[in-house]
Design a protein around this ligand. Structure first.
Ligand SMILES: Cc1cc2nc3c(=O)[nH]c(=O)nc-3n(C[C@H](O)[C@H](O)[C@H](O)COP(=O)(O)OP(=O)(O)OC[C@H]3O[C@@H](n4cnc5c(N)ncnc54)[C@H](O)[C@@H]3O)c2cc1C
Length: 510
């Protein structure tokens, strides 16, 4: 049966509407304007314009939209009282499985989360978008080709180094970071402002980039519905294939339970690093590397109060509406970049030098988050259940995951770096450095990894085409094959740019 509101056949089906699915759709649409593209997402549409970053909404609307992103099982969602928020599931995300009190924090990835809404995590993300460096890059892709794809990704995400104007507090922080770390870098690399996906707005907070910006004209609800459609609350349950060819997919409109088969000339699955392999597995596509090499970036977090640090006046809060999200108050974000071999962490330092409360004198607060490059092992993996289902009726997932001695040494280095910064700034801890539970970075990678050859250690080729298929592609952080510390979204969008070129070529027969 086909769904009355959707076409029975398309040229490209995209599963998942986060930044990566959106980049795939936009690039194929631009390259092959006559292509009929359907993008499905199991979650609801939160905004009229698809995929608007929730940080751009008024506080009350944001809170409502966050709740709608938190999946079907209340036991996995952050509570109204803030339960689970911060160390486990941020607002707008939900845990893979309910939290068990007292369980070890670094085994089995207890903080693994996802977002279930049009725009995916891309309407909730912090928009940090630096390039991968040194061994983080894909060694088997020509450097020029990767750089070109990264440049396109930066254009799609409108990445800028000038998100915030300089402030005295930012200048102080940058000076101290430079004194501490610049000696570790090769020529041309140093600490500096963080590249962020946003549009700077003088006197106001930046406008944050969500998948709406990536989609461009396609995000408009009134976009050319003949050629591009987003079907929300529509889940892909199974891919349909014969031999090397995917022929379409079995979709379900969740509110009505209507199931229907859609024919497609090509399919791209960008359903996050956990649910992309889940869908392939549920479809009977089970290459040896599927769900393996799971890696997350060990995350060390702290915050400081710098007494007598430079601040902006109370009036500098200007039009900032504080919606309970600390990022609303941010006045600068800086990076301590990755570098082999000296700096295997990627550091993020945020300044807040306006007061959270109207009329209260401001003070300087500094937040620090370090992400580490994890040792990659095949045994860190997703186990799919043949008998148990998740809240969406898909194969239940159990994560087998642990940190190695090298990973713990990296986290120890992160702690020492943050302590050195606190000392250099003369700050007092609000929260001293803490290694957060595994999964809390939300940067899961490797589960559908790219490889140079079909040798059992990868799921897709360098165009993100699944080995053994002519027209099935995967996208998202799961494709990244290397050990990275950098925030991965820009990297994943760049790899999707390559996939889109291959899909476009396939559709035009070029
Ligand atoms: C609070 C927060 C802050 C973050 N900050 C940063 C940051 O600063 N920098 C950075 O690089 N990254 C950050 N991230 C991570 C970033 O958001 C992700 O890397 C990015 O969104 C991944 O994009 P994606 O399109 O691959 O997947 P997602 O954005 O996760 O989208 C996947 C989509 O697939 C849908 N889906 C899943 N299964 C199915 C199915 N079977 N059928 C239909 N639809 C399905 C889901 O509903 C979801 O909408 C952050 C994430 C969060 C939550």
């Amino acid at each position: 049966m086909s769904c009355p509101d959707l076409p029975p056949a398309v040229d490209l089906l995209v599963v998942g509407s986060g930044p990566v699915g959106s980049a795939l759709a936009r690039r194929v649409h631009d390259a092959v304007p006559h292509a009929r593209i359907l993008m499905v997402d199991l979650g609801p549409r939160l905004t009229g314009q698809a995929g608007v970053h929730l940080g751009n909404l008024p506080a009350q609307d944001r809170a409502t939209a966050q709740r709608r992103s938190q999946g079907r099982d209340p036991g996995t969602a952050p509570g109204e009282d803030g339960t689970l928020v911060k160390k486990y599931a941020d607002r707008g995300t939900h845990l893979l499985r309910p939290r068990r009190e007292g369980e070890p924090e670094q085994d089995g990835m207890p903080a693994a989360v996802m977002s279930s809404n049009v725009g995916g995590m891309g309407v909730h993300w912090a928009c940090t978008a630096p390039r991968p460096l040194d061994s983080e890059r894909v060694p088997f892709l020509p450097p020029g080709a990767l750089d070109r794809a990264l440049t396109v990704a930066e254009d799609l995400l409108t990445v800028t180094h000038d998100a915030y104007p300089p402030t005295p507090a930012g200048d102080l922080v940058l000076k101290k970071l430079g004194e501490l770390f610049d000696g570790d870098y090769p020529p041309g690399r140093q600490v500096g402002p963080m590249p962020l996906a946003c549009t700077p707005r003088p006197g106001r907070r930046p406008r944050w980039v969500g998948p709406d910006v990536v989609l461009g004209p396609l995000a408009d609800a009134g976009a050319d519905r003949g050629r591009f459609r987003i079907a929300d609350e529509t889940m892909c349950r199974r891919l349909l294939f014969t031999g090397r060819k995917v022929t379409g997919a079995l979709l379900e409109h969740l509110p009505t339970g209507t199931e229907f088969a859609l024919r497609a000339s090509a399919v791209a699955v960008a359903a996050d690093a956990l649910r992309t392999p889940q869908l392939l597995w549920a479809s009977g596509i089970r290459p040896e590397a599927l769900g393996r090499y799971l890696n997350d970036q060990p995350k060390t977090v702290s915050s400081l109060h710098v007494k007598d640090g430079p601040t902006l006046g109370v009036g500098a809060r200007g039009s900032v509406e504080f919606g309970g999200d600390i990022r609303d108050l941010e006045t600068g974000r800086f990076r301590v970049p990755f570098a082999d071999p000296a700096r295997r962490n990627h550091g993020q330092v945020m300044t807040i030098d306006t007061s959270p409360l109207e009329g209260v004198d401001p003070a300087l607060f500094v937040g620090m988050v370090w992400y580490g490059a994890k040792e990659i092992r095949a045994e860190d993996r997703i186990e799919f259940s043949t008998s148990e289902a998740d809240a969406y009726g898909m194969p239940g997932m159990t994560l087998h995951y642990g940190l190695t001695d090298r990973d713990l040494a990296g986290a120890e280095q992160a702690r020492k770096d943050q302590e050195a910064i606190a000392e250099a700034l003369g700050g007092e801890w609000l929260e001293s450095p803490e290694l957060f539970p595994a999964g809390s970075s939300k940067h899961y990678q490797g589960t559908v990894r790219m490889g140079p050859a079909d040798d059992g250690t990868s799921v897709c080729d360098t165009d993100c085409r699944v080995w053994g298929f002519d027209n099935l592609y995967v996208g998202g952080n799961g494709v990244i094959p290397t050990s990275t510390a950098v925030n991965p979204t820009l990297f994943s969008v760049a790899l999707a740019v390559r996939a889109a070129a291959a899909i476009g070529a396939g559709l035009t027969g070029a």
